[in-house]
Design a protein around this ligand. Structure first.
Ligand code: UDP
Length: 257
């Protein structure tokens, strides 16, 4: 199985940003890949790194390895897209995890495929479920659980997912925790797709408003988020550091040639 997975991974067109492989796909291609995963026999992991996550992965080997084991790894951050131009292998667009998730919800609403939501503060996943059921009548969200649980509660979550066998699980536990959960626990469960998509349940629930379209179109969603959640300022310092590190690393690799 390991070899087969390696072989499939080799077929994917990927670029590397600071050692993290990113699939060279646009939004519709990412959606198509996810739909393909629904026909598979094992759980497929979808990761959505941005500049901040790649900087963390640079220092955290375990996290780095997990990201590189992803079956679909999309550039959920305009910084990653800019970096791809800088390393000479441009990605065509930013592919936000929440957009891929929205397309899947829309497309699978009229089918028998099922969803499970894991993450967010108490009540958020439930609220997201309710809102999405109103938006997409017929959608099957078979369960949800908040993202603050201990070992005992985790066992209940595992049992619930094992029994309900949802096809798609949105895992929204914040970076590192969600990827680690997917890698260590989620992928061994009887599901088809596990997507680590950070604050998306907050977005679906409406507890955190997404940036107006104009911000998204101008690639300024990060700035809007900073305005709305100024506490993210320290985290966002990773962006200039990321740009600098990508630049220095390119210079180094040019020196090696
Ligand atoms: N979260 C969670 N459990 C945790 C930590 C975070 O469920 O132990 C949730 C949090 O409530 C929020 C999301 O994970 O809904 C984190 O969103 P953020 O956009 O900060 O994700 P990141 O950028 O860290 O991936």
């Amino acid at each position: 199985m390991e070899n087969w997975q390696k072989w499939v991974r080799g077929l994917r067109e990927r670029i590397e940003i600071l050692g993290v492989g990113i699939d060279r796909v646009n939004l519709l291609e990412a959606q198509a890949r996810c739909l393909g995963f629904l026909n598979g026999q094992t759980a497929q992991m979808v990761f959505t790194p941005n500049a901040e996550m790649i900087m963390v992965a640079k220092e955290n080997k375990a996290f780095h390895k997990i990201l590189n084991e992803g079956d679909l790894v999309i550039a959920d951050g305009i910084g990653v897209v800019y970096a791809s131009h800088f390393v000479g292998k441009p990605l065509t667009e930013r592919v936000a995890g929440i957009d891929v998730a929205s397309l899947l919800l829309e497309q699978l609403a009229q089918t028998d495929y099922t969803f499970y939501f894991l993450g967010g503060a108490k009540g958020v996943a439930q609220k997201a479920k309710k809102k999405l059921e109103q938006k997409h009548p017929g959608i099957k969200i078979v369960g949800c659980h908040d993202g603050y649980f201990d070992e005992v509660e985790q066992q209940n979550i595992i049992t619930e997912i094992s029994e309900k066998k949802p096809d798609v699980v949105f895992v929204c536990l914040g970076m590192i925790r969600q990827e680690t959960w997917i890698y260590e626990i989620g992928r061994h469960l009887p599901v088809k797709i596990l997507m680590g998509i950070g604050g998306s349940l907050d977005g679906f629930a409406g507890t955190v408003k997404r940036a107006p379209k104009i911000f998204i179109r101008c690639n300024l969603e990060w700035a809007y988020r900073l305005l709305k959640q100024p506490t993210r300022f320290m985290r966002m310092l990773a962006l200039p550091k990321f740009a600098w590190t990508v630049m220095v690393n390119r210079k180094k690799s040019e020196g090696v040639k």
